[in-house]
Each structure stands twice: as C-alpha cells, then as structure tokens.
Design a protein around this ligand. Structure first.
Ligand code: HEM
Length: 402
C-alpha cells in the first residue's frame, strides 16, 4: 500500500535541521508528487537467497568472456590499440562531486547513502559498440560513475584495499534480454559482425531509425540487437540506469541518474546535428562544459515485490507506480575541459569501471550482474596488458587530471 500524504509526514520538522534548503525542496517536492511506500516492511529485505543461480550459468559466463575477448582482440588488431570490449568510444570524461542528501528516510539511507557526505566523482560517457565508429552511426549510451573516498565500509572481494564505488549505467530501464544465455546469443551476432565495414554499419543504423523490418533484407535479425538506430540526440540529456538490481544495504534496488539542472533537462531528446563530424558527441560535451555547470540526480528504486520486480530477469522494467525512484544524491559538474588529453589517458586507458568495484552493501545482484564480473575483469586485464598502461584505482579526487 502506498500513500503520498503520510509519506510527506515522514519528514518531521526536526528532520529538516541542517538540510540544505534547495536539496530539501527537491526531495520534499519529489516525495509529495510520488507514491512512496510508507511502511519499511513493504520493501523487500535483502537476503542471499534472493539470488538463484541457473544450472550451467558459469559456462555461459565463460563463453561470454571469451566472445568479448575475441571482439577486443579483433579491434586491437585493426587499431593496433586495445579498447574496452564494449563501450569503447568515450564522449566526455568529467570530474565532479556527489553529495548524498541529508536526513534520508531509513530505507534510502543505506550503504554509500547511509549518511550525508560529499565525494569526488569521475564520469565517463560512452556509446556501446566495441569499435570506434563515427557518431553518425547512432547507438545506445552509457554512463560510468566512480565515487572516490568511501572509507570505513566493507568492500566487495577483490576490492578490499580500495575506496571507490562504481555505478555502471546505460540509457535504458531494462536489459534487452532476461539473462546471460540470451545475451550470449546477441553477442554471437555482434562477434560475427564485428568486422563489418563502417558503410554497412552506417546503413544499418540509418535504416534502423526508419524501419527495423527493412533490416531483414540485409540479413540482420534486428537492429536493436546490434544496438544501432538510436535517435541522434544530445548525450547530456539522457537518463542512465543500472538496469539490473543491486543490493541496497538492507534492501534491493535499481538506480537511475537523471538530468536535474535545467540546462541538462533542456537537452533531453534534443536533436544533435552530426553532419560529417566523427566525434560530434564529444564536441557537444566539451562545448557544453566550456561554460556550464550541470547537475544530475541519483534516484533509487527499492524492490517491493520480487515477483513483479524480479532479481534474476533483467529484462523486466520495475514499475515506477509500484515503487518510484526516490532522490538520494546529486552529482554536480562545474565548467572544465571535458576531454583533455591527460584525462583521456587516465580515464580511458588506466581506469576500469565495473559494478563489481564497490561496497558489499551494493553487491550486484542477479544473473546478468553475475555474468559481468568475469568479462569486466578480463577486458580490463587485456587492454592494460596490450597497451602497456598501468591500471589505476584512485584513492583521492586529486588523482584525476584536469
Ligand atoms: C552480461 C552482461 C554484460 C556484460 C558481459 C558486459 C561486459 C562489459 C565489458 C567487458 C565492458 C568493458 C570493461 C572494461 O574493459 O573495463 C563493459 C563496459 C560497460 N558496460 Fe557492460 N556488460 C554487460 C551488461 C551491462 C549492463 C546491464 C550495463 C548497464 C547497466 C552495462 C553498461 C556498460 C557500460 C556503461 C560500460 C562502459 C564502462 C566504462 O565507461 O568504462 N553493461 N561491459
């Protein structure tokens, strides 16, 4: 049962003490306009048994890592340089701050968001192919966020000596397939078409924006399968989501990072003229951050029903009427050079982002998330070893070059 009135009542006058007025306004007006379950017990409590391993899933995960490695090797051979197996092309590398809102209600004050604090963050905007395509071939977008300086929390295995929490998101609310087996099928198509000419990919992309059915004629099952045909819009107007669930302290959640400042909102669905510009998205981001400050809101959607909001099937979008995204933090990025050569080397070449970098309190959950662990590690190892660049994991924000 949900109730927007008693939800607002959850914030007593005492709760407002010390709360930044603007942030309180945001949280308060959001909570008043949405239905938030008022009883903590309505949120599903985290338990290890919520995850159910599929028989033979480890073999599927290995096959995915191998196929990804094959794509990365193919691209490395062409470019004489190793990039990420997917999301190879970056469009903006930003340095900012994440501020956790004060006085969050208990179910939302969990893990990183347990108490109000500010952290330096690095943001990497990307598009999803494993090769460097011209931006006229429009594809879905990604946003990877690394929060730096998280001390005193239990970290995930393999990440114990580090102080970072990554959120790796795309501009969608659900995954195109339910599980890793479905993803492997898709990946096989990508693997097969990895060496297709840019001309063919351009044709697929353009056609996909017009009519997906036409693609059958050139032998491709679906353009969305290849991720082509995304509308040619400004990347800074996108909302980026975790798509798959993660542990949220005592609860289970998906997260979304959405435009909060008016200048970002104005870019949502805004057509971006690409023309013949190979890197129109990067140029648009660099131009924007030449003068603008931007703000994104981090929203958390808690699971209220594991049947309607499954953990193991990432293709199900969790209904926001059942449980809305509630704002828990704000990311602010001030004017800066959004793609300096030094920052590109550091973020693109030396850093890795993974849902498996972070706090135990934000452990990734479900089959798709489990599949990602091995592939991200292998992809990162491969590109670092091929390019002879050391892997870095920052301890402080000062390590991010301007
Ligand atoms: C079975 C599922 C998936 C597999 C196997 C997979 C695999 C990978 C790999 C190998 C990388 C490159 C890592 C590196 O070299 O550092 C990567 C990057 C990325 N993935 Fe996934 N991924 C999967 C699902 C997802 C999902 C569900 C999302 C979004 C919610 C996502 C978003 C991204 C993004 C944004 C990047 C770029 C990260 C960066 O900027 O460094 N992936 N993925």
């Amino acid at each position: 049962m949900t109730n927007s009135i008693s939800c607002a009542e959850n914030f007593t006058v005492n709760d407002h003490k010390g709360l930044d007025a603007r942030h309180f306004e945001t949280i308060h007006s959001k909570l008043e306009s949405i239905d938030v379950p008022t009883q903590t017990q309505q949120y599903v409590l985290y338990d290890d048994s919520l995850e159910v391993k599929q028989p033979g899933e480890d073999k599927t995960f290995d096959e995915i890592a191998t196929a990804m490695r094959h794509i990365a090797e193919t691209m490395n051979d062409r470019a004489r340089h190793a990039a990420r197996a997917v999301h190879a092309k970056s469009h903006g590398l930003l340095k900012g701050d994440l501020k956790v809102y004060e006085q969050l209600p208990e179910p939302f004050a969990q893990g990183l968001f347990r108490r109000s604090a500010s952290y330096p963050v690095i943001l990497r905007l990307s598009t999803n192919p494993g090769d460097m395509l011209p931006d006229s071939i429009s594809t879905p977008r990604g946003l990877a966020v690394k929060v730096i300086g998280v001390h005193g929390e239990q970290m995930l295995p393999g990440h114990e000596d580090e102080v970072t929490q990554d959120f790796v998101c795309v501009n969608a609310k659900a995954f195109p397939v339910p599980d890793a087996a479905g993803f492997l099928e898709q990946l096989r198509v990508l693997e097969k078409h990895a060496t297709d000419s840019e001309t063919l990919k351009q044709a697929v992309s353009t056609t996909a924006r017009v009519a997906e059915s036409v693609l059958e004629s050139i032998g491709l099952k679906s353009a969305t399968l290849l991720g082509f045909g995304h509308p040619q819009t400004h990347i800074l107007g996108e909302t980026f989501c975790s798509v798959a669930p993660l542990r949220y302290g005592n609860y289970v959640a998906k997260i979304c990072i959405s435009p909060a400042s008016e200048n970002l909102k104005a870019l949502t669905n805004k057509h971006l003229e690409i023309g013949g510009n190979y890197s129109a998205l990067r140029d648009a981001v660099v131009e924007f951050f030449g003068t603008n400050t931007a703000e994104w809101e981090v929203g958390v959607q808690l699971c209220t029903d594991v049947k309607k909001m499954p953990i193991e099937d990432a293709s199900v979008e969790w209904d926001e009427k059942e449980s809305p995204y509630v704002p828990v933090a704000r990311i602010t990025v001030k004017p800066q050079h959004a793609y300096s050569p030094e920052r590109r080397v550091y973020v693109d070449e030396m850093l890795s982002f993974s849902p498996w970098h972070g706090l135990s309190a934000h452990r990734p959950l479900g089959n798709i998330m489990r599949a990602r662990k091995k592939s991200y590690e292998a992809s990162s190892r491969f590109r670092h070893s091929m390019n002879g660049r050391p892997a870095a994991e920052p301890k402080t924000g000062t390590e991010i070059p301007d």
